[in-house]
Each structure stands twice: as C-alpha cells, then as structure tokens.
Design a protein around this ligand. Structure first.
Ligand code: AMP
Length: 316
C-alpha cells in the first residue's frame, strides 16, 4: 500500500559521543547515541524528527551527518555550557557481548524532553532507551501517534521497574534483547518471555538476539529472522537502534498500521539496515547507505531463508 503523504516519525533518546574498542580496532570519539542511529536508519522511510540534548561540544560536523539524511534537528536541545552524553564500551572477542567502561550522562542528567508541536504531531513515535518516566511523559505528549515503540535496558529493569511497566503499558510494541527479557520476566524462552511482557498491554514485541537475529512475537504468532550474514563485523554499536529505525520506519511507511504482514516486512528492513551499520564504526556506513542497497539485502534475506515444503517420505 502506498501512502501519498510521507509519515512523520519522532524519536526521543540519547545523542552521544561514543568511544569504542573492538578486537579489530576502535574509535576514541565518534558520533553515536540511540536516537542518532535510529534517526539515520528511519530516514530512508519517513520524515524524522530527533529530540534530545547536546552540549557545546556538539557542532557542525555532527549536525551535518544528520542533515545529510534530511533528519530534522529543530528539537535537538543545545544546553549552553554543557557537555554531550559520552559512552565508552569494549567488545569481547565474539563481538556479541560488550562491557560498558564509562557512561557520562552530562547534559542527559537533567534532560526534560520538550517537544515542538510538529514533534508532538508525529504519526509514529519511538522512545529510545531513556529513563522510563521520561518515556511515558513523551508518550503522553504525542497523543495521536498511531504506532508507538519503546526500547529499554537492564539498568531500568533493575532500578525503575515500576516506571518501566507504566511506560510499557502505554505503547504498542516493545523492543528488547533476549537477556533484558529474561531479566524482566525470569523467562529464558523468547516467546514465553515476550508474552509475559505483552500482558502489560503491547500487542507486539521484538526480541533482539544479537548476531543470531531477532524474533517478532504477537498474541498468536511468532516470526524469526536471522541476522544478515555480513562478511566482516567491524563495530556492532548502534545495531539495535538501526534495527529499530528500519523496523519502525517501515511500519510508519505503511501508515503506522502494524498488521502481521507489515511487522514481518519491518523485521526484514530492520535487519537489513542493522547489517550495514555493523560493517563500519558508529554511523560511518549508514551515513552513506542508499535505498537500493537496503532493498538488495531484504531480497537476499528472503532468498536465504525461504524454502519449499514438499513432503519427505519418512521412515516409521
Ligand atoms: P546499541 O548498540 O544499539 O545498544 O546502542 C548503542 C548506543 O546507545 C550508543 O551509541 C550509546 O551512545 C547509546 N547508549 C549507551 N548507553 C546508554 C544509556 N545508558 N542511555 C542512553 N543511551 C545509551
């Protein structure tokens, strides 16, 4: 289905400088943050407005990356005299797990999201990983959004569970990784854990499985997709948020109507965008990605997972 008017997506979350070390190299300081990775990915599908705070150290080169993909930055809040959120992480040999070495909240510490009317009027809203009470506050400001998705992290499960439950209860879709689902629910199995979270209200859940792909769980179905098998993973930072950008972006491009078919297609688009993200450090690859490259991987994902099902004669 084609929609004449481009859908508008608002994302609220971290805008950051990241320091990353992997077994194959690193970067001391690069543009990052969940809202940045999400915005770049979603920008292939919709008009995107990014909401979050930055400090004096956030300048033209950083804005240029976002403007290069036509992301609307009017609601980036410049805190005079402040420093931008800083995160430092190191990846283990398997590149599927990492340790956080440093989190400097800086301007993020007193962040109180202020949305312009244009951001409030979004068709689709993504609440990237921030304090869940702020997520709920933003969700309430975007009353008419047709589809709202939320990401979170282990920290909030541990220290703000009640606020997280309240935020989850107010959205359509929750996106978490498998260890966060297990921590939240005590369930190790993906579908069982997802359904427990959905008892709080959301009609869909995406469980990210890192290099093993992702699962979509709805009330009656589950759908599984592998990660796209790239030749070389340089830096997984932001893969989850790029996935979310492709996933949510695709749903917005379908008018925010999260039918099962659209959700499955969104899984493929999220997977395709995330696969490019990990090929280079930070935003480097997605910043120069093209639409046809995304489509090519969506088709390849289909061909590496589809098979015919003629019956095989089995022995008794
Ligand atoms: P991902 O690899 O998709 O989990 O996202 C990594 C991004 O999240 C990095 O670019 C970080 O700047 C950002 N990030 C890391 N820790 C936090 C945090 N506590 N709150 C918000 N954003 C964070």
């Amino acid at each position: 289905m084609e929609y004449a008017e481009p859908m508008s997506v608002t994302v609220v979350g971290s805008i950051a400088f990241d320091a990353v070390q992997t077994p194959h190299g690193g970067r001391e300081r690069m543009l990052g943050g969940a809202a940045v990775h999400f915005s770049l990915a979603a920008s292939f599908f919709d008009e995107v407005r990014v909401v979050g705070p930055v400090g004096d150290d956030f300048g033209e080169p950083e804005y240029a990356v976002l403007h290069g993909r036509d992301v609307n930055t009017d609601d980036i809040e410049h805190v005079a005299g402040g420093k931008t959120f800083f995160w430092k992480g190191v990846y283990h040999e398997n590149m599927n797990s990492r340790d956080t070495l440093e989190t400097d909240l800086n301007v993020f510490e007193h962040f109180d999201p202020k949305l312009s009317q244009a951001s409030k009027d979004c068709d689709v809203l993504f609440l990237a990983n921030i304090f869940p009470a702020l997520q709920l506050n933003v969700r309430k400001q975007c009353e008419q959004a047709r589809f709202v998705a939320l990401d979170s992290m282990d920290l909030w499960v541990n220290i703000a569970r009640e606020a997280l439950v309240a935020a989850i209860s107010a959205v359509d879709c929750v996106i978490l990784n498998d260890s966060e689902v297990a921590l939240f629910t005590g369930e190790r199995e993906v579908v069982a854990g997802a359904r427990k979270i959905m008892e709080h209200g959301p009609s869909a859940m995406v469980v990210k499985l890192g290099k093993y792909g992702a699962a979509l769980v709805t009330a009656d179905e589950s759908f599984w997709i592998p990660a796209f098998p790239v030749d070389f993973v340089t830096d997984p930072t932001g893969a989850g948020d790029s996935f979310a950008g492709g996933f949510v972006g695709c749903i917005a491009a379908h008018g925010g109507e999260a039918t099962l078919e659209t959700l499955k297609l969104a899984m493929a688009y999220g997977t395709a965008v995330a696969s490019y993200n990990v090929e280079e450090f930070g935003t480097e690859r997605v910043a120069r990605l093209t639409g046809p490259e995304i489509v090519e991987r969506v088709h390849e994902l289909r061909s590496i997972t589809a098979f015919e099902t003629p019956e095989v004669a089995l022995k008794a």
